[in-house]
Design a protein around this ligand. Structure first.
Ligand code: OGA
Ligand code: MN
Length: 286
């Protein structure tokens, strides 16, 4: 049976005693799913997975998304989104600036992702230390800790989530390629509850993020941006955050309803980072 060791932070646990390259029996799978719901981010160290094994383990959770940007997926594997700073033959092999702002994956979609499964192939090392950590924040704990007045402001309120706004947001002076009209048409601005209910645990989760949320519907513009800015400051407080230091072979699953994440981009070539992600299909938030 698996061993689950909580990180000691508001979220996050390590799981040992399972080899994800092999079919996982139903009892073990159930224990993994329960651990994900309880700890929100789970880490399986020292896994050795082929792309096929990464995909087939992910499929045990349900259907997978194919990323909007197929130019950032592993050739031949539309379900494997590559996050990497590596350039080959003059072209990036993956998304070079994913996760620059706090977000959850696909929050701008009608049916945001349930969770993501992220596998570390190569981790940049400097002076014996890994670089390129990822920060995770618990949206259940962050919601619970809000003042009652803020909870009342957010009660039954919708927020606008805009892929386009997130995509075009200024990132360290490195502009991104323009989206095609076809790509843009696939991701219209989306209204979602600012606080959503976790479909498995019933817990309330703060569902606004720095990367994509542009507006709280029904508030005057100034108040909307003031409240959003306060929430963005609140949700990244240390007491809600787990910081993951990567080792090659780490396989992480994060819950996109219960958490948000952000990349720490503190390395550059020739230090290489290469990660791959599958993305679980989710359902409309409520
Ligand atoms: C992602 C993402 C962060 C990172 O792949 O969804 O946001 O640290 N990645 O690479
Ligand atoms: Mn992400």
């Amino acid at each position: 049976m698996i061993t689950v060791t909580p990180s000691g932070a508001a979220l996050g646990a390590r799981i040992t005693g399972v080899d994800l390259s092999k079919p996982v029996d139903p009892a073990t799978f159930k224990a993994i799913e329960d651990a994900l719901h309880e700890h929100e981010v789970i880490v399986f160290p020292e896994q050795r997975l082929t792309p096929e094994q990464h995909i087939s383990f992910s499929r045990q959770f349900g259907e997978l998304e194919e990323h909007l940007r197929q130019d950032r997926c592993r050739p031949g594997y539309p379900e494997l989104f590559v996050v990497s700073n590596i350039i080959e033959n003059g072209k990036p092999i993956g998304s070079t600036d994913a996760g620059f702002f706090w977000h959850s994956d696909l929050c701008y979609a009608a049916e945001p992702s349930r969770g993501s499964l992220f596998y570390a192939h190569e981790i940049p090392m400097q002076d014996g230390q890994p670089k390129g950590d990822t920060l995770f924040a618990s949206m259940t704990t962050a919601y619970d800790a809000l003042p009652d007045e803020t909870k009342r402001t957010l009660h039954e309120r919708k927020a606008v989530n805009s892929y386009f706004a997130g995509y075009t947001r200024e990132r360290n002076g490195a502009p991104r390629a323009a989206l095609t009209a076809e790509q843009r048409a696939k991701v219209p601005d989306m209204l979602h509850p600012a606080v959503r209910t976790h479909p498995a645990t019933g817990r309330k989760c703060l569902f606004v993020c720095e990367a994509y949320t542009t507006e709280l519907v029904g508030l005057e513009a100034q108040e909307s941006s003031t409240v959003l800015e306060q929430l963005f400051e609140h949700l990244k407080e240390d007491r809600f955050v787990y910081r993951h230091r990567w080792a090659p072979g780490d396989f992480l699953i994060w819950d996109n309803c219960a958490t948000q994440h952000r990349a720490v981009i503190d390395y550059e070539l020739p230090l290489r980072r290469r990660m791959e992600r599958t993305t679980l299909r989710g359902a409309a938030p409520f």
